[in-house]
Design a protein around this ligand. Sequence first.
Ligand code: NAG
Ligand code: NAG
Ligand code: NAG
Ligand code: NAG
Ligand code: NAG
Ligand code: NAG
Ligand code: NAG
Length: 457
Amino acid sequence: MATGESCCYCVKLLVLLITFLHRSSFLHAHSNTSLLAPQRETIEIGVGTGSGTDIGIGGGGGGEGSAPPLSTCGCEPQPSDFLNLKQYYAYIVIQLFKKTITCDPNNVTQTWVGYRPCTYQGFYCEAPPDSPDTPTIASIDFNGFHLCAPTIAGFIDKLPDLALFHANSNNFTGTIPDLTGLQYFYELDVSNNNMSGPFPNDVLPLANLTFLDLRFNLFAGAVPPSIFSLDLDVLFLNNNFFNQSLPFNLGSTQVAYLTLANNGFTGPIPRSISNAGSTLREVLFLNNRLSGCLPYEIGLLSEATVFDAGFNQITGPIPLSFGCLQKVEQLNLAGNLLYGNVPDVVCRLAKTGQLANLSLSGNYFTSIGYSCWELIKSGVLDVRQNCIPGFPDQRRPDECWWFFTHPRHYFCPFFHYIPCKCPVAPATPATTKAMQRPAVASPPYMAYKALHQRHGK
Ligand SMILES: *[C@@H]1O[C@H](CO)[C@@H](O)[C@H](O)[C@H]1NC(C)=O
Ligand SMILES: *[C@@H]1O[C@H](CO)[C@@H](O)[C@H](O)[C@H]1NC(C)=O
Ligand SMILES: *[C@@H]1O[C@H](CO)[C@@H](O)[C@H](O)[C@H]1NC(C)=O
Ligand SMILES: *[C@@H]1O[C@H](CO)[C@@H](O)[C@H](O)[C@H]1NC(C)=O
Ligand SMILES: *[C@@H]1O[C@H](CO)[C@@H](O)[C@H](O)[C@H]1NC(C)=O
Ligand SMILES: *[C@@H]1O[C@H](CO)[C@@H](O)[C@H](O)[C@H]1NC(C)=O
Ligand SMILES: *[C@@H]1O[C@H](CO)[C@@H](O)[C@H](O)[C@H]1NC(C)=O
């Protein structure tokens, strides 16, 4: 995970050390600022795990710790007032942006004064790899600042050494500027703002981008197929207004966490999803307008712990391949148009796999496999509001009758093929795994956390 990286620049620890040594010698040679003064070397960049594992280093570089020199003549700042030319240019860009800020409830921008931009709240400096003696703005962390500005264009795109921009819970509007001039850029988080327009296609040429979080904004329209060809770790697009069909090449994605929930995506889940079988850990299609049949390729997501396609218009039976989801813990297909039998092999995953929650309520299932009975009793399986004869809390007979007498939009093939060796149930299956499991709080699923507006800290 790039988000666990310890350096703003993708060059990782070794270069960090080198950078650090450089910085130290830089300070020794040019000033007598105390290196012993405590400097804030690590910042939490809160990428939504809330687990504290996502630490970025925003090196304090640039000799802060000494009071910023004051202008004695009241004239415009000169390059010589700054530690280096990069910081001078950064200063100009930041001051221009500051003038556009229309609200700042935490008074953050009050600290954006003087000739030491590395000391400004929200800004972190580090020497870029190609210029190890020149610490400058390498990362920006505005998470939770609640700043308002009409646009971030002319700001982040004008800081050429920027590697990270995190701005969760601000009130920035406008579109995402062209960042292709930023050669080190790799993390963009503008979640929970008021940014709009189409998908920001200008992020697509960013070959080093690893983290893209656009959730809780007003982006609309199509998501370009090429986003799934980037080597991202995290792609959060939930809670926008994306409204086209999912790109056919969705499975080309390298991400572990993919949240497309709460948009208006249409069309079927692409069969290419199986190409992501070795990397995809959590995927949320929840609450869109997806249709079509469940492709049997979903069963090939051998690393998936969360698969959630609830509240869409997906129809057909559950393919038996779902019995291969050995690691799945949360499987949510509630609120769709699914029908047929709830496969025994899927319910068996509670014993042979990790299944802890199988939500199938609000569909049109008519029967359940033998192993499913136990799961209903233990609360793992929810089949309320289906069409299962003799079960409590089912749909009214006329609703079921209506569904089954109307021609369905899709003919879904039923895949009997199980593309894995079904594990044998343990010898003494007296209770399910879920029942044996101690009552602990459910694991911190990264994708479900993304459905909340704020970053967990
Ligand atoms: C460096 O230290 C000397 C002596 O302690 C002091 O007079 C001078 O102002 C310091 N220079 C800076 C740039 O802090
Ligand atoms: C910000 O500054 C204003 C005016 O100086 C003050 O009234 C307000 O309490 C400050 N807010 C915070 C969060 O410090
Ligand atoms: C977005 O704008 C709306 C209305 O202008 C406002 O109510 C909402 O708080 C804004 N969102 C954020 C994250 O500031
Ligand atoms: C967010 O910005 C919009 C547009 O500038 C403004 O109308 C709204 O009041 C702001 N909301 C908050 C919570 O600051
Ligand atoms: C990606 O990062 C590497 C290493 O920092 C750098 O050499 C390269 O120029 C970057 N590539 C792009 C397209 O930004
Ligand atoms: C999708 O959203 C765009 C932008 O808001 C809109 O112009 C378009 O009509 C929408 N398309 C559909 C099919 O809803
Ligand atoms: C199971 O998952 C559904 C859908 O995500 C959720 O609403 C429900 O609260 C979960 N049940 C338990 C016991 O965790």
